[in-house]
Design a binder for this molecule. Structure first.
Ligand SMILES: *Cc1c(COP(=O)(O)O)cnc(C)c1O
Ligand SMILES: [Zn+2]
Length: 427
């Protein structure tokens, strides 16, 4: 362990690449974002700083430029990741859909939908797991665990199985969408239903990890966020190829704020590599459900810390989270990029889910929060009409079939003959 020289805030958008500290292995190390303590990356299991319990980040002495990337999917970006290969089912390389009607309706210069529901298990969690499960293998652990609102458990079960490891998931009883439980179940995870909300599940699994019972693969695990950085890299390359410029803003749903932190880290590293000027970094804009909006509260109050909400409620179960663990990484990201955060109602989320469905894009409720938030910010004049925007949709429609059916049209009973069917059609 060593105490390197560091700038006042390690999470600013300026600054050069850092020299590797003594703890580094092949130019890669873990660093505490609070006190700057450094640790060797794969020597022992660690999720937070030994000295101050702060969040850790993976750091590199050399950062790649766009020219260094080749191939497709998450591992296209291997030079920006802590390992050269992962436990993979070809995650990443998701579509960046055009949505001309929605673009006009919301009233921005350009709108693209980065649909993360098109990953192998149907959410962006796969991008983190392909890296996280490979790191677990490197560390030699055999039992993986997570607390989950559903999608993390589906991804952990699939990738853990593929990597030949045992998986354990803690879910809030009665609050996980059907598709997600089905995935965790068939991929062979041991599913423990906790009589409490997600935040309680995470408290428990963190304690299990601290006692050495399991290897933790929630987004508190800094290696998972490395994989999720690739969402930002793909969006940037997509905009560059189609418009010749970077997006002005990226709007995303916020639960534990892992993605917000990961995208911000991707952009910081591109600034350090000289690929982006600080003022070119897209404005990170987080959206939460009104019933679970502690990050929005912190951004609105200009607070440095997020207050834990003990009771949370929303139909968007994937973001039904009252204690976003990555807030210390995500809040500087929102501020430094000139972004903001906004809360939307469940009704606004359902409207956005229908709007996306009309463009042929099927998403689960939490995902639609990004589009609902953009519409609201545009109406408020916070987002201007000349902006080029990417909205992240985080999970697939089939994850939550009940929500989709409730938001969509009802089936109509008809008699079993053509005339009878025509009669109903002509009604
Ligand atoms: C996990 C998840 C989120 C929340 O992402 P964070 O990185 O925790 O903010 C949002 N939407 C869906 C569908 C998810 O599965
Ligand atoms: Zn520390």
């Amino acid at each position: 362990m060593s105490q390197p020289d560091r700038s006042p805030s390690p999470l600013t958008l300026t600054g050069k690449s850092q020299p590797a500290p003594a703890a580094a292995v092949d130019g890669t190390w873990l660093e505490c974002i609070e006190c700057g303590e450094t640790f060797a990356p794969f020597e022992s299991v660690r999720y937070t700083c030994d000295a101050c319990d702060g969040l850790l980040e993976v750091r590199y002495d050399e950062l790649p430029t766009f020219d260094d990337f080749s191939g497709t999917g998450v591992w296209r970006y291997a030079d920006a990741l802590p390992l050269e290969e992962g436990v993979t089912t070809q995650e990443g390389d998701t579509p960046l859909y055009r949505v001309p009607r929605l673009e006009t309706d919301i009233g921005v210069e350009a709108l693209r939908i980065k649909h993360e529901g098109m990953n192998p298990t149907g959410s962006f969690k796969d991008r983190g797991m392909t890296v996280g499960v490979a790191v677990a293998r490197e560390l030699g652990v055999d039992r993986l665990a997570c607390a989950s609102t559903g999608n993390t458990s589906a991804a952990l079960a699939a990738y853990g199985s593929r990597g030949g490891m045992e998986t354990l998931v803690l879910l809030p009883a009665g609050k996980v969408a059907a598709g997600k439980i089905a995935q965790a179940s068939l991929h062979g995870a041991r599913i423990l239903e906790v009589d409490g909300n997600f935040d309680r599940c995470l408290d428990i699994v963190q304690e299990l990890a601290a006692r050495g019972e399991v290897y933790l693969l929630n987004s508190l695990n800094p290696f998972r966020l490395e994989g999720q950085k690739t969402i930002g890299l793909e969006i940037l390359e997509g905009f560059r190829d189609d418009y010749g410029t970077w997006p002005d803003r990226i709007v995303l749903p916020v639960g534990n704020a892992g993605n917000t932190s990961a995208l911000y880290k991707a952009f910081r590293e591109l600034v350090q590599a000289g690929e982006l000027a600080p003022e070119e970094v897209p404005k990170l804009t987080g959206v939460q459900a009104e019933g679970a909006a502690p990050m929005v509260e912190a951004v609105e109050n200009g607070a440095d810390e997020v207050r834990r909400w003990e009771s949370v409620e929303t139909k968007a179960t994937a973001i039904r989270i009252g204690n976003p663990v990555n807030a210390p990484k995500a809040l500087p990201g929102i501020r430094e990029t000139g972004g903001t955060a906004i809360a939307v109602s469940d009704e606004e989320i359902t409207t956005a889910q229908r709007d996306l469905a009309e463009e042929g894009i099927g998403v689960e409720p939490a995902s639609a929060a990004s589009v609902a938030g953009l519409r609201k910010l545009r109406e408020q004049g916070v987002v201007s009409s000349d902006e080029r925007v990417a909205c992240l949709t985080t999970g697939h429609l089939l994850k939550d079939p009940d929500a989709a059916a409730a938001a969509g049209r009802d089936p109509e009973p008809v008699p079993a003959d053509t005339d009878g069917v025509l009669e109903v059609l002509h009604e």
